[in-house]
Design a protein around this ligand. Structure first.
Ligand code: ADP
Length: 461
């Protein structure tokens, strides 16, 4: 839609009906493009939508019988010129709209302009230049509705890259096969996806041949998983970003003077979320909004500002006023430290931090450390209410082998090498699967709902 005067709003089809109806109305969508899969769903919901024109992405032969007011995509294209002159309009004209995935409440809309999308693509192409050289073959395992597949539809053409689209099969075996058959060189996605691919790499005893680089973000990439990939020859770039930041705000490429540093030093750097990309300013602030030192020690809320950072939410003044400070900085809701050399470390989301006896426990730290346990495949830490301590951490884990699960004593013994006693989880809950959001992150919102009646062991009975 960029360049034609329309706004492309990519919609997540796995949202609940309520959220989908809310978003389509809020976005003031006019035309809805869909593939065949979602026609029955849309037929069911259409009476709740404002009047929409539907375009079904297929040819005449495959057009279904439908109650939707639908046009056929291939038929629309027929007889149209293949060359188009780009219209002239201001660069700040809107081109795209994405909604936050709602892990933290109601979905909020972020409108991108032609200018912000191009600047973001240029920034990414610049900082990742060496990794995107020679017309790379890029696998985005991130849906288009998740911040425009992290901007890759704009960045890839800029570097002459090809996008390999994975379709619905995101399990480790399918991704391994796809990477191999399509000679994927750089793969982008959230940690849960790379966990699955790595299990497959272990099973087959080798990585896909051409895969040499990976960009990972959306949630914290555990250091143990970064190390696993690096050991098989995949260069991991741990990035941080948000729907509100287009999304890349930082990226974690190693500086040249660290190429020969010892493995542990390189991995410690890679486990952080890296340095800001061009045009993004960062600061951390205390509870009164006062800037804190950038010394790697001080921890505060991360604020960002820049050409690729949102100035306001789409039609949502309340959320905008909550998020922006008086100087136009955007409050990310993430709690972080920034080192003297400008490397960002995300400690937690403010609302995921666990407050125990007046001290904070980082759920990300606990999860990262727990994942190094050989019997834990995936895990999440959430806070449970406690009358004395306020909150206590509980570890919810999917075991590697359900017949040989880890025990709390086991895990805590390992964790106590790095953590104080009061920081250790009070309980270990084993589950078959952890709930994921549509963007593939572990959904702590769902976990909190699932375990809302849970009582900590020292309070039970
Ligand atoms: P949602 O908030 O709905 O999940 P986003 O995809 O915009 O939607 O998520 C942005 C958030 O994801 C950030 O604020 C941060 O909490 C988290 N995040 C993104 N990248 C990382 C990372 N590398 N490490 C830790 N957290 C991350």
């Amino acid at each position: 839609m960029s360049g034609v005067g329309a706004v492309c709003h990519t919609l997540n089809p796995r949202l609940s009906a309520e959220q989908m109806i809310y978003i389509i109305r809020h976005a003031e969508d006019k035309v809805l493009f869909t593939d065949l899969t979602f026609v029955p769903l849309l037929e069911k919901l259409q009476d709740h939508f404002p009047p929409l024109r539907y375009v079904i992405m297929t040819d005449r032969a495959h057009m279904p019988q439908t109650t939707l007011d639908a046009l056929c995509y291939e038929e629309l294209l027929e007889g149209q010129p293949t060359q188009r002159l780009w219209p002239e309009f201001p660069e700040t004209t809107a081109s795209g709209l994405c909604y936050t995935s709602g892990t933290t409440g109601d979905p909020k809309g972020v409108l991108y302009t032609h200018r912000s999308n191009v600047l973001h693509a240029l920034s990414v192409a610049t900082v990742l230049g060496p990794d995107l050289r020679y017309e790379p073959r890029i696998l985005p395992v991130v849906p288009l509705f998740h911040v425009n597949a992290w901007g890759l539809p704009f960045t890839a053409p800029l570097v002459g890259g090809s996008l390999i689209m994975p379709g619905p099969f995101l399990d480790g075996a399918s991704l391994w096969d796809l990477c191999q058959s399509e000679r994927v060189e750089t793969a982008w996605g959230v940690p849960t996806i790379w966990q699955g691919l790595f299990t497959e790499i272990q099973k087959r005893g080798r990585k896909p041949d051409a895969l040499r680089h990976m960009v990972v973000g959306g949630s914290a990439m555990p250091r143990s998983l970064i190390e696993s990939y690096e050991q098989v020859g995949v260069d991991v770039n741990h990035a941080w970003g948000m729907t509100e930041t287009s999304p890349l705000g930082t990226q974690g490429a190693l500086p040249v003077n660290k190429f020969d540093a010892p493995f542990t030093e390189r991995m410690a750097l890679k486990a952080s979320q890296g340095k800001r990309v061009f045009g993004v300013d960062m600061k951390i602030v205390d509870e009164d909004g006062q800037p804190m030192p950038q010394d790697g020690e001080a921890i505060g809320e991360l604020y960002v500002r820049g050409n690729t950072v949102m100035g306001s939410y789409f039609k949502n003044d309340t959320a905008t006023n909550q998020a922006m400070d008086a100087e136009g900085w955007f409050g990310t809701g993430d709690v972080a430290s920034i080192s003297a050399s400008g490397r960002l470390t995300i400690r937690d989301r403010a609302k995921d931090l666990i407050k125990s006896g007046g001290e904070w426990i980082s759920s990300i730290d606990l999860e990262n450390l727990a994942l190094a346990h050989p019997k834990i495949a995936q895990c999440a830490v959430i806070a449970m209410p406690h009358p004395k301590w306020d909150e206590r951490p509980v570890l919810i884990a999917k075991p590697v082998d359900p017949l040989d699960p880890p025990t709390l004593e086991d895990v805590n013994q390992m964790l106590s090498q790095n953590l104080a006693r009061w920081q250790l989880p009070d309980d270990l809950i084993l589950v078959e699967e952890l709930p994921l959001t549509a963007t593939g992150k572990i959904s702590k919102l769902t976990l909190r709902q699932q375990f809302k009646d849970y009582v900590l062991p020292d309070l039970a009975g």
